[in-house]
Design a protein around this ligand. Sequence first.
Ligand code: UD1
Ligand code: MG
Length: 430
Amino acid sequence: MSLSVVILAAGKGTRMKSDTPKVLHEISGKSMLFHAIDAAKQISNDITIVLYHQAQRIQKEIEAHYDDIHFHIQDVEQYPGTGGAMKGVDIKHTKALILNGDMPLVTMSALKSLMDGNADINMSVIKLDNPSGYGRVVILDNKVHEIVEEKDCIPAQKEIQTVNAGVYCVKKELLDSYIPALNNHNAQAEYYLTDIIKMAVDDHKIVHPVIVDEEAFKGVNSKLDLAHAEEIMQRRIKTEWMKAGVTMRLPETIYIDSRATFEGECILENGVSIQGASHIIDSHIKTHSVVESSYIQNSDIGPMGRVRPDSKLVDTHIGNFVEVKKSTLTGVKAGHLAYIGDATIEEGTNIGAGVITCNYDGKNKFQTKIGKNVFVGSDTQLVAPVTIPDDVMIAAGTTVTKDVNSGELVLSRTPQKSIKNFFYKFFGKA
Ligand code: UD1
Ligand code: MG
């Protein structure tokens, strides 16, 4: 780990057209910057993030998830640009890998390809049919000569298809001498980090171009790029889980959060959405069901079931249009149309169609506890807080407002009335 990582994230991200900082936009449930940090953490113990726009908000978000990241606030007023971003950054090790915070698809192995060898600078290059927007890499006699930003290109340079992917591995001694010497004599009046390439070449240093995978180094600058990066990330996530043994029907219709995990034999049908850090073991999630940040073991859900955060389902069957929230169900059957919120339900209990835990009184949430082998009839309302012990029958249409005892039948129905021949009189039939 004798290498430092610097992640540049001070840019404004204007093209995202959003009040949310660009690098906090999410890909597969995790912000772009966190994807980059997670890749960086696998190769370094000295990570610095350069911030400026909405620095406090981004720093707070990072500190809530990571505890060993350094921050550097760029002096954008005086030193704008990627070179300005590196001014004053403290680098602990003898080399630094510099990458952009808006590269969520970068992987540890992609970064590693830039760390090998003895060059003074390893720089990432890609060959593109349409190089527009990127800095062009001028190569003379098979040697990197300089990087020219698009806005500074003469027409012939614009034709160059070898471009700078924007990630570099640079010896610290070079940064120490070149960064303070940068100037802003260019079309954008910015301090370009890319100018260190020409400085190194002029000093007869070794600058090695590393051809990298375009996909891993894609920068996200707009909502369109964000959607495209999401597609790539989803394809990667699902490929890995299928390799690990998860069965997916029509995988292109399935969404899986980057934090979700699976174990054993799991089946995901089409249209399923697995969100948050859900953990799913030996379970079958049927068409168009949604699972959010929950633990599911040996259970089946859906079609069209919804499990909301902090639920734990073990040996349980959840059918269509059943919503479960913050509840623990063990050995339960809830086949159709129910809302189960803030509840604990034990083995052998059956929840009928239309059952609702009334967990909210407009101010506070309350718990419903249901024991083993309880039969909850259709269209029952359980007004929380309420406890139903083992071995109870609740008749269809009952509103339960008080605790009951084991062995009881509970019912709160209005007695049924019949009025003879009413139909015939009303419609005037004989
Ligand atoms: C940069 C490169 C270009 C390369 C491209 C690859 C320079 C001068 N140009 O251009 O050669 O082809 O990336 O994507 O480096 N940032 C700061 N402070 C700033 C400006 C930017 O921290 O003052 C950060 C941004 O947040 C971003 C990264 O640096 O994460 C790159 O900045 P951006 O403006 O996107 O650079 P490009 O013009 O795309
Ligand atoms: Mg960019």
